[in-house]
Design a protein around this ligand. Structure first.
Ligand code: FAQ
Length: 310
């Protein structure tokens, strides 16, 4: 069959709401876009363990420590599901990991900011996982089966993460004046980077056209960012916190919260590897990878042994 006809059939399937499976025919550009986006997503989950992992030993009590330990472990699981889903597109996980470790691959900008206080852990759960849920609830309805199915499970777990984060935030917000100040400071530092997670404005988003045409993304970067702001401002108000945006105002007519301009220079600087923690994160990932070499060797030896035994 000619390529034009194959593309037509492929697009019809997508428009009929069918899911595309790994062995189905797909345009090379669809495969490439998915590998790009899914591998960046997997890397983000893995690097995302680092800012919170730093606080496991410093959690204020056993309950908080258990919840944080479970959350960080969940993020590792998310990374692994998404690497597996990406491998169904014909790439090798070790190549993807190599790209991350050598600094060639992108991962979410948000994980290049430092976690300075315990309140940051609450605010990450609330805002960062909250933003991830808004984005991933949409991705769970996307056209590529292995990715959208992974998103369903991931979103369920992210909901717990958000709740544990918001509970920390609410507790600190009604605590001592010092605790309230600490949590407000954390919100001040994480608010804008959380909005940046949704990516550049639609007009500056070169990948959106393909991704939306092929229903990998069902909403644009700006639409999701607006949804996140609309959901989050009432939550901030409920616990008596504010966001650091003098231009924030509610528009009665549209029913949306209007917000100020994002610092795009900062965003691109972080994306290009020059954020506060980019070098630190890559160093920590490389160290963990080297220290885990014996586990990979043992797993390989075990697999070979089983194969020869059969
Ligand atoms: N950071 O054309 P677009 C989580 C890049 S998971 C860094 O708009 P697209 C869970 C983009 O890659 C968080 N780079 O791109 C958790 C592209 O570069 P390229 C991760 C960014 O794909 C919580 C260029 O800019 N989630 O948080 C960012 O249409 C707590 C132009 O951008 C996902 O990955 C950014 N923020 O839209 C874990 C979700 N934004 O590749 C631990 C899946 C853009 O052409 C603890 N991904 N860039 O060289 C997506 O939904 C999309 O890929 C977007 C970007 C929305 C991120």
């Amino acid at each position: 069959m000619r390529e034009v006809q194959l593309i037509k059939q492929f697009e019809e399937r997508i428009n009929n709401g069918e899911s595309i499976e790994p062995k189905d025919w797909m345009p090379e550009k669809y495969r490439k876009q998915l590998i790009r986006m899914m591998s960046q997503h997997a890397h983000s989950e893995i690097v995302g363990m680092l800012p919170e992992g730093n606080w496991i030993t410093r959690a204020p009590n056993l309950r908080r420590k258990l919840a944080l330990l479970a959350k960080v472990q969940d993020e590792a699981g998310h990374g692994l599901y998404i690497y597996s889903a990406t491998e169904t597109l014909g790439v090798d996980r070790s190549d993807l990991i190599e790209q991350l470790l050598t600094g060639k691959a992108k991962y979410s900008s948000i994980f290049n900011y430092p976690t300075l206080s315990w309140a940051d852990i609450g605010v990450i759960g609330w805002l960062v996982d909250g933003a991830a849920i808004v984005n991933q609830t949409m991705l769970a309805k996307g056209s590529f089966g292995p990715y959208s199915r992974a998103m369903i499970r991931i979103c369920k777990e992210e909901n717990f993460h958000k709740k544990q984060g918001f509970e920390i935030v609410a507790t600190l917000a009604k605590g001592t004046p010092e605790q309230k100040e600490m949590v407000q400071d954390a919100v001040n530092r994480w608010w804008w980077p959380s909005l940046m997670m949704f990516g550049p404005h639609d007009s500056d988003s070169p990948n959106s056209e393909d991704l939306m045409k092929w229903k990998v993304k069902l909403n644009s970067n700006d639409e999701l960012r607006q949804r996140f702001v609309d959901l989050t401002i009432p939550q901030a108000k409920a616990v008596g916190l504010t966001v650091p945006d003098p231009d924030l105002k509610y528009n009665e007519e549209t029913g949306h919260w209007e917000f100020g301009e994002i610092n795009w220079e900062e965003f691109w600087n972080v994306v290009k590897g020059n954020g506060l923690m980019n070098k630190d994160r890559l160093r920590a990932r490389n160290k963990a990878h080297e220290e885990g070499a014996w586990v990979r060797e043992a797993a390989r030896a075990y697999a070979e042994k089983r194969e020869t035994a059969n």
